[in-house]
Design a protein around this ligand. Sequence first.
Ligand SMILES: Nc1nc2c(ncn2[C@@H]2O[C@H](COP(=O)(O)OP(=O)(O)OP(=O)(O)O)[C@@H](O)[C@H]2O)c(=O)[nH]1
Ligand SMILES: [Mg+2]
Length: 297
Amino acid sequence: MRKTAFIAIVGRPNVGKSTLLNAILGEKVAIVSSKPQTTRNRITGIYTKGEEQFVFLDTPGFQKPRTKLGEYMLTASSSSLGSSDAVILIADASYSPGEIEKNILEKVSGSKLPCILVLNKTDMSGAEKLAKTISEYDALYKFDAVVPTCASRGQGVDDVISECEKFLTESEWFFPEDMITDQPERTIAAEVIREKILRTLNDEIPHGTAVSVEEFKEDGKMIRIRADIYCEKASHKGIIIGKDGETLKKIGSYAREDLERFFGTKVYINLWVKVKEKWRDSTLNLNNLGYNLKDLK
Ligand SMILES: Nc1nc2c(ncn2[C@@H]2O[C@H](COP(=O)(O)OP(=O)(O)OP(=O)(O)O)[C@@H](O)[C@H]2O)c(=O)[nH]1
Ligand SMILES: [Mg+2]
């Protein structure tokens, strides 16, 4: 008999939610960077094993919004609790629970959903600090399980999956057996390009960028992608392009390597940088860039 469960992965920015999702799937479907607020959308990752199908929802890190994009991201995270059967709260093993975790737990408690606590980055915490963090969380909330992980090395990931097994209920699957994400190919391409921007550029510029794939053509031999990178200021455009176009070339070439691996075919990428002032506060621009509140319902 087939079984399934929808499980939201929530937590503050930068704790390793997307890294955990990728580690569970054994495939990269969510972009990862050392900068907080990397994930901007709800990302579905599907893990099917025997008769069991787990549908994980990776979410943007919970944070007070400062722009309309921030409001969209917060809605994407909060609404994922409403579409789930269970929750994984992920936090850094080195830090005591803070306001963000307490707020999330209030929401989880209100929703009456079962909740697993994953304490990630144990490679940085050490055993003593981890034990202290566990006891602080235990005093705060009655979790269904507490699992320490080092998601970047895949440690503890199997334990997370076994703990999630108890949330499965008998039901037809919602996705085909070989599907790992619901993101269209164009979205994956845009996200990988955005990841390379986050990883190549310093300071605040990446947070003000968005990527829109304008053309995605497959001709049997290769995939041709034309994408626009939006930024907020002319001075940012210059930095993204770099001297003699070097920075933009790097972004394109890193993205090409990843996308060739993902699609299993040769990829050609043509990037253009455009300025759209204050796009993060324009509903029209956000909708055009794929951040539409209507899609979250
Ligand atoms: N040392 C260490 N770093 C980790 C571990 N897991 C993830 N990271 C790193 O932590 C950073 C953030 O990881 P992400 O997976 O993007 O975090 P996130 O929670 O999805 O972040 P947002 O999307 O911004 O909310 C990246 O640099 C990861 O490589 C871990 O177990 N140990
Ligand atoms: Mg993420």
